[in-house]
Design a protein around this ligand. Structure first.
Ligand SMILES: [Zn+2]
Length: 317
């Protein structure tokens, strides 16, 4: 949703101020509509308050700024919309990303700009905490530089992720599936899955965020993406498109791949999340329509910890 201009802003300003005061990040859309009986405007306000401290937690582990928005934006927005807290762990500052021609950024300005964009997108998506692991973008080809993500000792990367999992104690972890062929995406996926094998706190569920092979082949003509039959979880996130686009546009230095798609393909990529459940292992059957272990948990946010459905679910494993 775009922030719009409105001549009579007094009441709107007041609503926005009140939402901001409770920690919400309101998105305001104002559209002039001449077809109303009296020419006027439609105003839409979309805001989410900070979740309760005891809410379930999602951890999303990615390689570059923009992975959280271009890739996992709807997962994060979906978590926020359902009262979940979320943490984004990002391995690099996207040093080798290609600056959009209009950005005017020099290469040395890119890391700081992309970190700021990551933080701005996360605010839009309602993410409570962003952690940067401090490695360098490896780029897609050629020998990686010292300190590049694919050159980091795997055990060190796993230690970093494992320490964060044990500190944050997420209920669900989502990382990249790496099916787009980027070696950094594969590196952070491998490190995250290896870390989860040796953490003290085992999340209830772990997922890979996928780009369906059928869509990737249609887009690129190449056999990229995840085989459609490996996708276990399909979530309708069409209602979150406005917020998703707002987060995508926070990455001003990058050209989103969706801009080059026709409306149908764009909708296919953005209005539905596709994931692959890796833990607990998928036993087959119809795909899930949510990655949240107990979808009705927000109906009982006030229960004592012992009776909380997520606590109960953990103890019963
Ligand atoms: Zn990436």
């Amino acid at each position: 949703m775009r922030r719009g201009r409105c001549r009579s802003r007094t009441w709107l300003d007041r609503v926005v101020e009140r939402l901001e005061a409770i920690g919400a990040d309101p998105l305001v859309g104002v559209e002039r509509v001449d077809r109303l009986p009296d020419a006027g405007m439609l105003v839409a306000i979309d805001a989410v308050a900070d979740p309760d401290p005891g809410s379930p937690t999602l951890m999303v582990v990615v390689a570059h700024p923009d992975d959280e928005a271009f890739g996992c934006g709807s997962v994060l927005a979906h978590a926020t919309a359902h009262g979940w807290r979320s943490v984004v762990v990002c391995a690099t500052r996207g040093e080798l990303g290609e600056p959009a021609p209009a950005s005017g950024l020099r290469p040395e300005q890119l890391p700081a700009a992309r970190e700021a964009e990551l933080r701005a997108a996360c605010r839009v998506l309602g993410v409570g905490r962003v952690v940067l692991l401090g490695h360098l973008d490896s780029g897609t080809t050629g020998p990686p530089a010292a300190g590049a993500l694919v050159a980091v000792r795997p055990a060190r990367l796993q230690d970093q992720v494992a320490a964060l999992v044990d500190e944050v104690r997420p209920d669900v972890v989502v990382t990249l599936d790496g099916g787009d062929g980027h070696r950094d995406h594969a590196a952070i996926r491998d490190a995250t899955l290896a870390a989860l094998d040796r953490v003290d706190h085992r999340p209830l569920r772990t997922y890979l965020h996928c780009l369906p092979g059928s869509l990737m082949t249609e887009l690129t003509g190449l056999p990229l993406g995840t085989h459609d039959e490996e996708i276990t979880t399909v979530v309708d996130v069409a209602s979150l498109l406005d917020r998703r686009w707002h987060a995508i546009r926070a990455h001003e230095s990058q050209v989103p791949p969706f801009d080059a798609m026709d409306a149908r393909l764009q909708h296919a990529f953005l209005a539905t999340d596709h994931l692959r459940r890796v833990d607990p292992p998928w036993a087959g059957g119809p795909v899930e329509t949510t990655w949240r272990p107990v979808p009705v948990t927000t109906l009982w946010p006030r229960l004592p910890a012992d009776d909380h459905p997520l606590t109960t679910a953990k103890e019963n494993r």
